[in-house]
Design a protein around this ligand. Structure first.
Ligand SMILES: *Cc1c(COP(=O)(O)O)cnc(C)c1O
Length: 383
């Protein structure tokens, strides 16, 4: 099997598992307990908080643990919007058309059920938002702008270096979903004046079911979950100690070799991308420059998406059509619709990671070329 779907999830790194095991085997205390068992768990959690904080270059107090990227996005959008409106600061939210569903659907709910005013800014055919167009949609009523650091489908990196400081100058909070960007592209929270940022551990070789909301203490947020008051009162619930410890270990591992790993991934990506684009009727989707180092996304003419995916699975290549959550669904991906991708081609996402080798990408190119040829010879697999 050749696993080229690291944007969907990544394997748990062995060192991360090793860090988690003691907290699954014997250190079972509740980190909120004051006794010895609680203290051991507390130390594990606080060490993880420091590891994540160091990786993001923020104070540890800004790091809140959640159940994943989805919860971090929900808490950021709902929490910041509610607090701002309650303070009488306004009720307008700006986001982009290519956000993850955790952002887009939260914003849609804030509009439909909570009476917020929402502007969804389109992106160019290259999958990058025009910063001026986004900034032009900000009004005196705007309390929150959410722009992902990098897109999970077509891998485009968004211009937060321009957007962030311009929003800060107007006193508007920026949230960014950095789930895909973390460890793969620079995240300069101070320079970009990011108010809130979401991460998900399973996208950087950590465990599933744990994430991070880095929330500046200057940004008020109403909790979504009420209860025991953990995590600065923003995220109640007994902490997932093994998961959090794994998240911290994975953040440290990712940050440690990030530049070298990005360079290695870029070489693999280019081999994959050049090899596939050499096939007749195959073209790269998204931007060739503002692009994550691990992401290849191609349009394959003359093939049906689901048929090609099945053909690739049969020969042991794990890829994805658009976003994993949408695969097999009748509705086309909102990201592909936003960039105006051709509706009658297969759109394939291949994403490399820590475990991907040069041999993997060479074999994948050959297997995909053969599968495309076979499928086209058989009429493309259209239903
Ligand atoms: C995977 C992903 C999420 C959701 O994270 P989970 O931890 O799986 O809930 C959110 N945003 C982006 C960009 C993602 O890729």
């Amino acid at each position: 099997m050749i696993y080229l779907d690291h944007a969907a999830t990544t394997p748990l790194a062995p060192d991360v598992l090793a860090a988690m095991l003691p907290f699954m085997e014997h250190d079972h205390g509740n980190p909120s307990s004051v006794h010895r068992a609680g203290r051991v768990a507390r130390e594990g959690v606080e060490r993880a908080r420091e590891q994540v904080a160091a990786a993001l270059d923020v104070p540890p107090l800004d790091v809140l643990f959640t159940s994943g990227g989805t919860e971090a996005d929900n808490q950021a959008l709902k929490g910041i919007a509610w607090a701002a409106r309650a303070a009488g600061r306004g009720a307008h939210i700006v986001t982009t058309a290519i956000e993850h569903h955790a952002v887009l659907d939260s914003v849609a709910w804030l509009r439909a059920a909570q009476g917020f005013d929402v502007t969804v800014v389109p992106v160019g055919a290259d999958g990058v938002v025009d910063p001026q167009r986004l900034l032009d949609s900000v009004t005196d009523d705007t309390v929150l702008v959410s722009v992902m650091a990098a897109n999970n489908e077509v891998g485009t990196i968004q211009p937060l270096d321009v957007i962030g400081p311009a929003l800060a100058a107007r006193g508007v909070c920026l949230h960014t979903d950095a789930v895909q960007a973390f460890g793969r592209a620079p995240l300069l929270l101070d320079e970009w004046q990011v108010g809130a940022l979401s991460l998900s551990a399973h996208k950087f070789n950590g465990p599933k079911g744990v994430g991070v909301l880095a929330l500046r203490r200057t940004v008020p947020a109403t909790p979504v979950l009420h209860g025991g008051g953990q995590e600065r009162g923003v995220r109640s619930g007994t902490l997932n100690t093994p998961g959090i410890v794994g998240c911290g270990a994975a953040a440290e591992l990712t940050a440690r070799g990030a530049a070298a790993e990005a360079a290695r991934l870029r070489t693999l990506r280019d081999t994959l991308s050049d090899g596939l684009c050499a096939i007749d009727g195959v073209e790269l989707n998204g931007s060739s420059t503002a692009r994550l180092p691990h992401n290849v996304h191609v349009a394959v003419q003359g093939c049906d998406g689901d048929a090609l995916m099945t053909a690739l699975d049969t020969v042991g290549v794990c890829a994805s059509t658009g976003s994993a959550c949408q695969s097999g669904a009748a509705a086309p991906s909102h990201v592909l619709a936003a960039i105006g991708a051709a509706p009658d081609c297969a759109h394939v996402r291949l994403t490399c990671g820590r475990t991907t080798t040069a041999d993997d990408v060479d074999r994948a190119v050959a297997l995909i070329a053969e599968a495309v040829k076979r499928l086209r010879d058989a009429g493309g697999g259209y239903v």
